[in-house]
Write a protein of this length. Structure first.
Length: 222
């Protein structure tokens, strides 16, 4: 199948592209940066998800993965939310694509909890709602879900990963006592897009239990 993934030059997007390539798919990558993957089944396009005029026009993917994102940049809503909307509307609804099989949006646990930078949390919360909107519009011919990671071991998170005090505080809030690797998130994206055929309109929180971390407070029994 043909797969279009945004934000493939690093992090989760790159790991996801490599996962689909490993499984025998043809992958088109779209990023504002040059490509970092060398594979005969991979084709890279330098483009900004905010600008449909830069999109390669002749792609009709079976699977779309909206991964491109930014954090606390002043453009979080434009890139993370509006960019995903524009890419989806262009390649799924406006481009006569009758091949589409699945859309996967890469959200964030922040969209569930409201934690983190305010525009970032708002952009990911909007993406959660947009996922449900797309799922309703695509049914019954295709599905749409989001994968919403908590902490992931990417360069974007280096400021806390490299600070021992902050890292220890984060681990206190994370029951599994670690963060995910980009490859683990890529496995979830692949499963939801390819293996899954009946779940749609869902937002899967993949955060090591952090959002559900709670302590039951009650007097000790004798």
């Amino acid at each position: 199948m043909d797969v279009l993934i945004t934000g493939t030059s690093s992090g989760i997007g790159r790991a996801t592209a490599l996962k689909f390539l490993k499984e025998g798919h043809r992958v088109f990558g779209l990023d504002i940066l040059e490509g970092t993957i060398e594979d005969p089944s991979y084709l890279h396009f330098v483009a900004d998800v905010r600008n449909p005029e830069e999109y390669p026009p002749d792609i009709k993917p079976h699977i779309l993965v909206n991964n491109a994102g930014t954090q606390n940049s002043g453009a979080d809503i434009d890139v993370n939310l509006k960019g995903a909307i524009r890419v989806t509307e262009y390649y799924v609804f406006r481009n006569g694509n009758d091949r589409i099989r699945a859309v996967v949006n890469v959200g964030s646990s922040s969209g569930h909890t409201g934690s983190e930078f305010f525009e970032y949390a708002a952009s990911k919360g909007g993406l959660i709602a947009y996922t449900k909107n797309v799922a309703l519009r695509l049914a019954p011919r295709a599905i749409c879900n989001s994968i919403d990671p908590g902490g992931v071991m990417t360069e974007l998170n280096a400021p806390v990963m490299k600070d021992e005090l902050l890292w220890n505080r984060i681990m206190e809030l994370t029951p599994l006592k670690r963060w995910a690797t980009p490859e683990e998130i890529a496995d979830w994206i692949y499963f939801v897009a390819v293996v899954n055929r009946f779940m749609t309109g869902q937002n899967l929180l993949i955060d090591g239990g952090e959002a559900g971390c709670a302590e039951f407070v009650w007097p000790e029994s004798d």
